[in-house]
Design a binder for this molecule. Structure first.
Ligand code: NAD
Length: 506
């Protein structure tokens, strides 16, 4: 791999080695801030996917990783975290020029999050209850019974383009900690940082073949992983539409599946909210990474009594968000990921106007001042949105906020929950008790009170409803990468003590 050339080149990473695609083909990775090709990446074929599966299977079965002591695995995870910190600058660059994320965010947050997750997971792995002894009971007989937690085997991780490193690490850290082997298929817009992570993991002491990366089309490479009988689990982050297909395909071989899917997350602003906190908080919740976050707070429900004031303060504050090249530390908001995504987002803005929502801010492709060749969208706010409008129902995955009016808390809760999604939700209020009462009513996997986007390595994240199932982060995530075995050791050596045999024999 070379990162110094103008156009970088990345092969596949299988069995601890770089290798070209079996077809010799590559695909282009484009910088969404400039429209320029930044890398050529080996385009994996079905055969490459099968080879990665074979390697991951053999490596798992060999026990070189799966039978290591938890302490030894934990040590490698900590060393991996150190390698990430040492190579942070490279990783931030690769992530930024492919995903369009700002270096201000990736450098100050994403890198810290993935290093912290590895360290926390190492700690959890050492404390984990791999063997649980059951008490001796008289019925059906006095025996020794244990419950073991074992790795699942070969994991296929398929990730989206918005947070390539974080989404890969949410799967990698628990999968590796529990002794599985893994094949990651990153999204085709953003494979660079994931490939680099695989190289760093081997340098950190991870045995070859434990962590493999193949970049390529979802329809061929992705589906090979999801249908192959030698893959034991699929961990997927992406759209609800593809998630449904993956669930169907995985059923052919009855694989375990965890799905982290789309969202349309609501926040409720109560009349007593501190608007000095709520206004920047709401904008942070929706415009970070140009709104391309699954849990972005895209619907904000505001009480009648403060509605006009909140709308005008949001529109005013949005003006201070600076768009620009994500490699510039002064940039607060970068582009959306691709021309296709730009067109999708502009299409939704048009739909909002057509449906009668009131545009109070933005609404256009952002141009001028070095933005012309990139895929930039102005921070966009619609007021007078009703929850049946397309912009309130569908995930836009762009910098578009819908502000909805309500008059009673019951109505706000009803609107908040009136969605097929259930990833995140929030409340802005000065009354903590009230907020906790509302939190109980919200059907979502995360509730942020007077905050947004606050992840912790020890707090589980995942969806209610069609936002998916399974949990990433925290101790819960370790369970998702193990299977449960009950071991019964009979202590009744005399046949007379086995009365159940009489059920069959005379
Ligand atoms: P996507 O569903 O189009 O693609 C996700 C991944 O699946 C990519 O790697 C893609 O190549 C692969 N894929 C596509 N078709 C496939 C198939 N038939 N079989 C196997 N793999 C296939 O999603 P995207 O556009 O990359 O990402 C945006 C979506 O991801 C949004 O809906 C967003 O909400 C969601 N997302 C969810 C979370 C979460 O944690 N819940 C986080 C980030 C993004």
């Amino acid at each position: 791999m070379s990162t110094t050339m103008q156009v970088m080149e990345f092969p596949l990473f299988i069995n601890g080695q770089w290798r070209p695609a079996s077809s010799g083909e590559t695909f282009d990775v484009v910088n969404p801030a400039t429209g320029a090709v930044v890398a050529k990446v080996a385009k994996a074929t079905k055969q490459d996917a099968e080879e990665a599966i074979r390697v991951a299977r053999e490596t798992f079965d060999s026990g070189v990783w799966s039978r290591k002591k938890p302490q030894e695995r934990a040590q490698v995870l900590v060393q991996f975290a150190q390698k990430i910190v040492e190579h942070a600058q490279d990783l931030v660059f690769l992530e930024s020029v492919s995903s369009g994320g700002t270096i201000r965010r990736i450098g100050n947050s994403d890198i810290l999050q993935i290093a912290d997750l590895l360290q926390q997971t190492a700690k959890f792995a050492m404390e984990y209850s791999y063997v649980q002894s059951l008490p001796v009971v008289s019925f059906p007989a006095s025996n020794n019974n244990q419950i073991w937690r074992e790795p699942i085997g070969v994991v296929a991780a398929i990730t989206a383009w918005n947070f390539p490193m974080i989404l890969a690490m949410w799967k990698l850290a628990p999968a590796l900690a529990m002794g599985n082997t893994i094949i990651v298929k990153p999204a085709s817009n953003t494979p660079l940082s994931t490939l680099k992570l695989a190289e760093l993991a081997v340098q950190a002491g991870l045995p070859a073949g434990v962590f493999n990366v193949i970049a390529g089309p979802g329809a061929s490479v992705g589906e090979t992983l999801v249908t192959h009988p030698q893959v034991d689990k699929v961990a997927f982050t992406g759209s609800t539409e593809v998630g449904r297909r993956i669930m169907q395909l995985a059923s052919g071989t009855v694989k375990r599946v965890t799905l982290e899917l789309g969202g349309k997350s609501p926040s409720i602003v109560l009349p007593d909210a501190d608007l000095e906190l709520a206004v920047p908080g709401i904008l942070f919740g929706v415009f970070l990474h140009s709104g391309q976050i699954c849990e972005s707070g895209t619907r904000v429900l505001v009480h009648d009594s403060i509605y006009d004031e909140v709308v005008s303060r949001l529109a005013e504050a949005a003006k201070s968000i600076r768009l620009g090249n994500p490699l510039d530390p002064a940039t607060g908001m970068g582009p959306v990921v691709s021309k296709q995504q730009l067109d999708t987002v502009l299409g939704y803005i048009e739909a909002g106007i057509q449906e009668g929502a009131r545009l109070v801010c933005g609404g256009n492709r952002a141009v001028g001042a070095g933005l012309d060749n990139g895929y930039f969208v102005e921070p966009t706010i619609f007021a007078d949105v009703t929850n049946d409008m397309k912009i309130a129902k569908e995930e836009i995955f762009g910098p578009v906020l819908s502000v909805i009016r309500y008059s009673t808390v019951e109505e706000a809760i009803q609107i908040a929950n009136d969605t097929i999604y259930g990833l995140a939700s929030g409340v802005w209020t000065s009354d903590a008790n009230k907020a906790l009462q509302i939190a109980r009513e919200l059907k979502a996997g995360t509730v942020w009170i007077n905050d947004w986007h606050m992840f912790r390595s020890d707090a589980p994240f995942g969806g209610y409803k069609q936002s998916g199932f399974g949990r990433e982060l925290g101790r819960h995530a370790l369970d998702e990468y193990t299977q449960v075995k009950h071991v019964h050791l009979s202590m009744t050596s005399e046949i007379e003590q086995r009365p159940w045999l009489n059920i069959l024999f005379n």
